[in-house]
Design a protein around this ligand. Sequence first.
Ligand SMILES: *Cc1c(COP(=O)(O)O)cnc(C)c1O
Length: 377
Amino acid sequence: MISTETKIWLSSPHMGGQEQKYVKEAFDTNWIAPLGPNVDAFETAIVDYLNEDVEVAAVASGTSAIHLALILLGVGQGDHVLCQSFTFSASANPILYQGAVPIFIDSEEETWNMSPELLEKAILASIDKNKKPKAIIAVHLYGMPYDASEINQISKKYDIPVIEDSAEALGSSYLGIKCGTLGDISILSFNGNKIITTSGGGALITKNKNLKKKAVHLATQARDDAPHYEHSKIGYNYRMSNVVAGVGRGQMEVLPERVRQRRRNYDFYKKNLSEIDEISFLEEPAGSFSNRWLTTILLDSYHSREQLRQELLMENIESRPLWKPMHLQPIFKSAEAYTNGVSQSLFEKGLCLPSGSNLAEEDLFRITNLIKNTFLK
Ligand SMILES: *Cc1c(COP(=O)(O)O)cnc(C)c1O
């Protein structure tokens, strides 16, 4: 029987306080229709935070931002797209929306993200078949930056653009450069369990003004300049609404605090679980700064991972296995993949611990005491 103690969630929304003020403004001015002052202000807040010469388009979700990025890069029917295998399915699904062909790339052990070595191998194999890939989708999983120096160098060498999936990494940085500004096109997600949320939403980021204009055009049904409705391209209804953007404005005000709180969780777990030999943590490589969106641990076997997950569940504490790699997913079983066993092993032995920025210290003690009881008895 599951304990009647209060449920501890993996990662739940955490409002800052000002969100309702901006939503109320939208109501008071009747800016309920899509677009409006909150969308502009939310986009500006993201630009200010990223502190780069970037253009931001707020959209309906991270998934729609990836879809738009692929369209903007000219990815279509039959084109090859190289995608990190160790990720959430939303990184890869838009490749199929375009009728393109995903090729999955396994991870390296340092960051758990795309292996540059396998990436180059896959590029050479595609070029050999006269099918140079059209895009690379690299992911900062759980907030840990991928090896952007290596990935960008390969991207330059073969002239293949990078779509940076920064859905989990707002607040992270690589060599002092903010995640979300490291790709040719980058995306963010504001889904309910991300480090900040608009209840649902995303953003597309580019350094090219014209590309932002094109993204917004496609995201608003691709209406041509005419008094009637004229369409020369297929459009999408992907823009963020002005009500939702009000939530985003409030959340941007507390983002630095959210990063501190998530990192505090990681530090707490690491310190309090250090005596357990069966558990290890993912460290930041030199030059990387992770927002620690979720604290992830590795157990010594699939068996101990499942045992721990069940024990937490019985105490009404939500935890979750790491993402199941795309090359092991039924929907992608016929896709080509360059593997080295790393992501499969992470999937088998890894667990995400509760990581919300709203966890109280007593919640954290409840979790670590239970884990200690499981392993040190
Ligand atoms: C959440 C997430 C997405 C998708 O974002 P949505 O806003 O949920 O559509 C894409 N990639 C990764 C790695 C994610 O975690």
